[in-house]
Write a protein that binds this ligand. Structure first.
Ligand code: ADP
Length: 496
């Protein structure tokens, strides 16, 4: 409205000036310049920027139930307990409990933090607003703080409009706006944004018409400013971990419920092969398996589709790149080297070995632990070093030389050796890796690696014929499953 009045007044002024015979061209030019500056600096980039789209549509349509979230029993239990404070405000008030203002979900990406926040909104019958920490931070001073104010006031107005008594604001990657004050280069802007968040959280009171609950999600709780974590702000910190084997089976069950499965599909086995997968990976796995089955024109999804989908989720899409024959043979020997040593050290540990190039790898061996492990022994870590070194060692035994293909393996092997030293499992005893003189650390790393390398070379040397045969087999088949590999190894007379 103000704009229209100003435009009308300006036009009237121009007509009056023309009437009096004044040359208005310089004036028009000046207005044009002013207009362009306003457009570029204020509308396009400035603080009034409307690109900050809080997901308004989600606020009403969000309907995620806790039952559609697999696993996460502890997180669900803790969250539900906390949410009961929002569901039963009268009981909370009667007991004189101060309102719960914030819940922090801490865990790796894809574990279901956003899902939990949405389910919390459904459970408490609240409107739901979501934003990511990075959306608050702009290079313009004051923008972040303004956006924090905006999201809180939007939550209140949206709840009132939808006749809800509570609103849940979900901020993903909250460490971006809630990082320790003074730790950023443009710290004034970051600090202002965080201060505004603290002000808004302190402003949440039980007697207001709309109760607001802030749910933050992060993988880096250690980066958050202490002020955010003090009692009265994020009162509950809920860990949201990667799912264990049982939880993985449950999540897979959720995502295959609407898909036609063949009889050979064993969810338990798939759960065993997917150690380290998040809920998001598992959802993608079920989806990719269905896509592969459809591509092949199958009516049902079989175990082999799942097996290939696991490779795809871990390593990426198959590449069309076809190395020349001699290189293919080297890749096969390299992978068989890994697989054979893995089976000797830890029978039953290989789930697949392939020469299909995916992502950055020209081929790979997939190991799957029999049980989820959270602690590793010295023997296990040494064994992993041996498996990593076995690729290049096999190449050397068969072709007499190594290739650049082992660079990644060596890096991982050295990392594990460093872990052995850091955990007091090397001959140095308990030491601080950071304070070890460089040459001493280097010598100890080398000692650990050489020890395993000698062992691997001896074992592979004794099984040279077996490696050649298995590599030929792999070249012909492109992929060998763990069970077939074990059978072939037995038939070919493995020397363990
Ligand atoms: P985060 O917020 O922790 O990064 P999300 O909640 O956005 O993870 O999860 C991404 C996707 O992964 C979800 O949309 C869902 O499909 C799937 N997902 C993750 N965890 C679970 C789980 N525990 N149960 C079911 N699905 C899950």
């Amino acid at each position: 409205m103000k704009k229209e009045i100003a435009l009308g007044a300006a036009s009237a002024l121009l007509i009056v000036l023309i009437w009096h015979g004044v040359n208005i061209l310089p004036l028009l030019f000046f207005f044009f310049l002013l207009g362009s500056m306003y457009y570029f600096f204020i509308i396009k980039n400035g603080p009034e920027n409307t690109r900050f789209n809080i997901l308004e549509k989600e606020s009403v349509s969000v309907q995620v139930d806790f039952s559609s979230i697999g696993g996460q029993k502890t997180a669900k239990k803790e969250l539900l307990e906390a949410l009961d404070f929002v569901r039963h405000p009268e009981r909370v008030a009667r007991m004189g409990i101060r309102p719960l203002k914030g819940i922090l979900l801490v865990g790796p990406p894809g574990t279901g933090k956003t899902l939990l926040a949405k389910a919390a909104a459904t459970y408490t019958d609240s409107v739901f607003l979501a934003a990511s920490g990075s959306e608050f931070i702009e290079m313009y001073a004051g923008v972040g703080a303004q956006r924090v104010r905006q999201i809180f006031s939007k939550a209140r107005s949206m709840a009132a409009r939808n006749k809800k008594k509570s609103a849940i604001i979900f901020i993903d990657e909250i460490e971006i706006l809630g990082g320790s004050r003074g730790s950023h280069t443009s710290h004034h802007e970051y600090d202002q944004t965080l201060n505004q968040l603290l002000v808004e959280m302190d402003g949440i009171t039980e007697d207001s018409n709309v109760r607001i609950l802030l749910i933050g999600a992060t993988n880096r709780a250690d980066m958050l400013d202490k002020a955010l974590l003090r009692p009265g702000r994020f009162d509950r910190i809920v860990p949201v971990e990667l799912p264990d084997k049982e939880d993985r089976e449950e999540i897979l069950g959720l995502y295959v419920a609407n898909k036609p499965l063949a009889d050979d599909v064993e969810l338990g086995r798939l759960a065993g092969e997917t150690f380290g997968f998040s809920g998001a990976h598992l959802e993608s796995l079920a989806n990719e398996a269905a896509i592969l089955a459809m591509r092949e024109g199958c009516e049902k999804i079989c175990q082999r589709h799942f097996s290939e989908a696991i490779d795809k989720v871990i390593m990426g899409e198959k590449l069309e790149r076809k190395p020349v024959k001699e290189e293919m043979r080297r890749i096969a020997v390299h992978e068989i080297g890994h697989a054979v040593i893995s089976e000797i050290i830890n029978p039953g540990s290989v789930s697949a070995v392939t020469t299909t190039p995916r992502g950055k790898a020209l081929g790979y061996t997939r190991q799957s632990p029999q049980n989820d492990s959270y602690l590793y022994t010295k023997d296990y870590l040494n064994g992993q070093i041996a498996v990593l070194l076995a690729g290049a060692a096999a190449e050397e035994i068969v072709f007499g030389s190594r290739s650049t293909g082992a660079a990644g393996d060596y890096k991982q092997a050295v990392d594990i050796a460093r872990q052995l030293i850091a955990c007091g499992m090397s001959s140095l005893g308990v030491v601080s890796v950071e304070n070890l003189p460089g040459d001493l650390l280097h010598k100890e790393l080398q000692k650990l690696i050489v020890e395993q390398e000698e062992k691997v070379k001896k074992l592979l040397g004794e099984n040279r014929i077996l490696i050649n045969r298995l590599a030929e087999n792999l070249l012909a088949e492109e992929k060998i499953g763990g069970d077939i590999l074990r059978l072939l190894m037995k038939e070919e007379g493995l020397v363990a």
